[in-house]
Design a protein. Structure first.
Ligand SMILES: C[S@@+](CC[C@H](N)C(=O)[O-])C[C@H]1O[C@@H](n2cnc3c(N)ncnc32)[C@H](O)[C@@H]1O
Length: 211
């Protein structure tokens, strides 16, 4: 927890992108997310991808622990959000965005009933031991049949310390083996993040659907 607060406080937010994620733009239209449905964006930071999803007609529910991230998101969009307390979270609302500020693991089941979800730099930000609980949360905060787009990151050498923490394709299949169907849409090398030994990390894109 302290780790993420420090990263935001010291503005070490190297994961943040000033443009929309190209893999989101490429694959979202084909995964069959309900038009105008609600999209859950766990560990959302101040991601502009939420703006892109809103432009497609969705309403957005972002989950983010650090207040500074939430405030910066709304400031950057020129929006003043209304606040309300929701159990252990603070709800920041300016339609079509609702950002729930607090720990994703403290969210009670069915607090959100999203039609779809989008995960970029979320599951890979969590250590291996938290990932099963994260998948359970996705299950509890989405409707049956909800569809998700997951963008992973894996190091060629597993021993590297994160975050991001490596997430191999076989682990995705394993973690979502019960209650979901999983389809890998694309895998590519991240050449601009090549390691000294010459190997590049990989990124994969998955369509995941709750059954
Ligand atoms: C690597 S960043 C990715 C942000 C965003 N998905 C993006 O693509 O820009 C991970 C974010 O998750 C937040 N975070 C980490 N652990 C969390 C938790 N348990 N509950 C809610 N947010 C969390 C951090 O504060 C950080 O903003």
């Amino acid at each position: 927890m302290e780790f993420w607060h420090n990263r935001w406080k010291s503005e070490q937010t190297g994961w943040h992108r000033a443009e929309y994620n190209d893999l989101l733009v490429k694959h979202w239209p084909s995964i069959g997310a309900e038009a105008h449905g609600e999209v859950l964006v766990p560990l959302c930071g101040k991601s502009l991808d939420m703006v892109w999803l809103a432009e497609q007609g969705h309403t957005i529910v972002g989950l983010e622990m650090v207040e500074q991230a939430v405030e910066t998101f709304f400031q950057d969009q020129g929006m003043e959000a209304k606040r309300a307390v929701l159990e252990q979270h603070t709800k920041h609302v300016h339609p079509p965005f609702t950002l729930l500020q607090g720990d994703v693991f403290d969210l009670k089941p069915n607090t959100v009933q999203a039609d779809a979800w989008y995960d970029r730099a979320a599951m890979v930000a969590l250590p291996h031991e938290s990932r099963e609980a994260y998948v359970r949360q996705l299950q509890q905060q989405t409707k049956p049949g909800a569809v998700g787009l997951l963008i992973t990151f894996s190091y060629p050498h597993e021993e590297r310390q994160g975050p991001p923490f490596s997430l191999q394709d076989e682990h995705v299949l394993d973690l979502f083996s019960e209650g979901f169907t999983v389809e890998c849409l694309e895998t590519r090398e991240l050449d601009d993040e090549k390691e000294p030994g010459g190997l590049s990390p990989l990124t994969s894109v998955f369509k995941i659907q709750r059954t």
